[in-house]
Design a binder for this molecule. Sequence first.
Ligand code: C2E
Ligand code: CA
Ligand code: CA
Length: 557
Amino acid sequence: MSDRHNAKAATIAPPQRAQQDLLALGIAVAATIMVAGIAGSALTQIWYKASGIGFGPDQLLTNALLLNIALVIFGWRRYDDLHNEVVSHRQFEAQARLMAQTDPLTGCLNRHSITPATDQLITESRERDEIVAFVMVDINNFKQVNELNGHAVGDAILAELAGRLSSIMPAGALVARLGGDEFACAIPFNPAQGERIGHLAEAIIDTIGQPIAADVFEGEISAAIGIARCDRLNRMGTAPADAAALLHMADIAMYQAKKHGRNHVMWFEDTMETELRYRCELEAGIRVGIARGEFVPYYEQQVDLTTGEILGFEMLARWHSPAFGVIAPDVFIPIAEEIGLIADMSECLIAQALRDAREWDPRLTLSVNISPFQLRDPWFAQKVLKLLVAANFPPHRLDIEITETSLHQNIAGVHSLVTSLRNQGISISLDDFGTGYSSLAQLRKLPFDRIKIDRSFVTAMRDDPDSRTIVETIAALGKGLGLPITAEGVENAELLENLRELGQFKGQGYFYGRPQPADATRILLAERHLLAEVTSELGLASPSECNATDQTVRRTA
Ligand code: C2E
Ligand code: CA
Ligand code: CA
């Protein structure tokens, strides 16, 4: 623990309390006065006796004098003992207080002490016409650093970073470790020179990114920074922000900075607060919505572009939220992934889709989208099999879409997963192809059954020659590798014609209609005579937790 860090923690002085044993002191003082009084007469009598004109001090006076001398000695010794005790007690208290205010690993202030210290700093700065910037620093991917290198290395890195942070702080600034890999600095500054804080934030990013001693850690460290200043109003808009409000605002700004990637700095804006509140409401809504069956499958036709025949449907999730209305998956899937609920949600949706698809003509396929998070689950293939068995749905009718971008995160894992799913008879499509820069080698290595050209290329191919070239190249690639192709985003007849010229594709898009809920899909299929003939056998599958409510939500949709 460095002295510099300690000094920062010690800036909050404890209130001085006088602790003295008045009784012991009183006894000693009273006895001293009495000794002085008695000793006067006793000494006079002793002097008379020595001069031969008296009888010397009487017995009672002598005893009283000796008793008082004993009392003085006792009183002063007791006072001295107690005084020493109080001093060591005070030292112990100061040590305990320092420990309670200090992060033991780094010697910085901790989460508890930074708030009162910042409030004190705000008050002091105001007297100098200065304000305080609260800078929140979050180290990116520190959990991984800990997991890969061990906690001892993690601790050494945190201590080193704390030292670097403190070393670049201006005089009077506070540095705290809020816990884990989060640091905070409270920095007084002249409000006319706000750019100084911006430069300091850049310096923080820079110092954190400097290499750590090679024998400790060789990787790269980056950070996200959120800043709030105390001349903004608090959340109620009633008063300038205090330390607690600053911490809250800087935290929100830091969260936004994190979303923008590595080494990003963001100043707090009021809109961030609204966004965060909306996001929290979405999160809470998703948590309860899964159990209530508010996530329902919609279906988009997949068509033979040459004949116009329906070959199957892609299931696309929708959230029928009582609070927000119908919400698209681009909004809720990333949140469900982040809060660890994507697997539960997806399994409910797939279970429901399998039950819906059993009512369709058995030649029709069902495609479902899978999140990269689910691909990391070693039990994923077993879970899919269980859902198929529960719905009594033949595996060869199920197609699983894996996005191209998710391949790179875990190519070995995806390879074994794809192999085991295909061994069960399920087919696998490579979704959004063209957006993820897959290499040819990867494409050859992974046993996909189909490639889906990303809709951005298809919808742009009419006006943008590059997009048209990409679509043509993918078509040729598919032919060369023997992989059938689906074109997404077939929006109009002209695009359809363009695609037909390039070969025989499966296609899907708004030209064939928007994704529809199960009821509307069933009506469409009934019109085309594409419903399963034996309907009496349907509905035998055991209802899952999200089944019963799903039906209700879909009926009322
Ligand atoms: P995706 O798999 O690429 O799905 C196609 C998206 O394009 C759908 O958007 C669909 O409504 C939209 N689309 C279809 N035809 C056209 C067209 O002609 N023009 C245009 N501009 N767009 C068209 P949606 O339903 O909003 O889904 C967005 C993405 O959300 C999907 O992209 C998919 O990656 C993801 N998603 C949907 N459902 C699920 C799910 O259950 N699980 C997971 N993990 N992801 C899902
Ligand atoms: Ca898809
Ligand atoms: Ca797609």
